[in-house]
Design a binder for this molecule. Sequence first.
Ligand SMILES: Nc1ncnc2c1ncn2[C@@H]1O[C@H](COP(=O)(O)OP(=O)(O)OP(=O)(O)O)[C@@H](O)[C@H]1O
Ligand SMILES: [Mg+2]
Length: 206
Amino acid sequence: MIVALDGIDVTFRRAGNDIQILNSFSLEVDDGEFVALAGRSGSGKSTAIAVAYGRRKPDRGVTRWGDVELAETGEKELQKIRKTSIGFAAQDALVFDDLSVSANVKVGGGTDERCSELLESLGLAGFSTMKAGRISGGERQRVAVARALAKDPSLVLMDEPTASLDAAAAALVIEQLCHAAGRGAAVLVATHDALLEEAADRVIEL
Ligand SMILES: Nc1ncnc2c1ncn2[C@@H]1O[C@H](COP(=O)(O)OP(=O)(O)OP(=O)(O)O)[C@@H](O)[C@H]1O
Ligand SMILES: [Mg+2]
């Protein structure tokens, strides 16, 4: 599902001043395309991802998922589309400590088979019955990635999904992102990771 941001402005108030984070920002990610969103810390990557997911309403500009214009669509309908078609992982992705690793992945939907396959591909096969509260930060990050991908979403939005990973674990995540684009998903990922940028079809600098 194509995601398009068109002429987006986002302004925050900080210490009494208005600071414009996104200024007429536009991007479009096509089906089957893997795009990295790069830029220094504080440049607005997470803000752009939040706008793309419909979490943050821009002060100006239009966001679309395919033919759906977010500002003209009810929250209930947006929620339905998120649930069926969008794989999202925030920068501080929520993992439920009291649930097992596999239950955490299943929260995102998808078949049991697909969930186990993803855990295996992300190097977590041995962890599936463990409580998520006991696994490492990098393992948690991969659980969040598996959860976002388990339903084979047609749009993938992730915010720094390799930030707590070493190169080997990051490569597993990157491989799955390439795989998602390969089966036709639009993939937009905010990142600082040179390996991820290299793997992407295109890099947008903020
Ligand atoms: N709700 C908010 N209120 C005020 N300022 C905000 C708010 N959200 C973000 N900002 C500011 O907007 C700027 C962009 O934030 P954003 O999180 O999009 O950056 P980023 O590029 O993702 O950075 P990082 O690489 O550190 O994750 C930052 O300076 C941040 O402090
Ligand atoms: Mg960020």
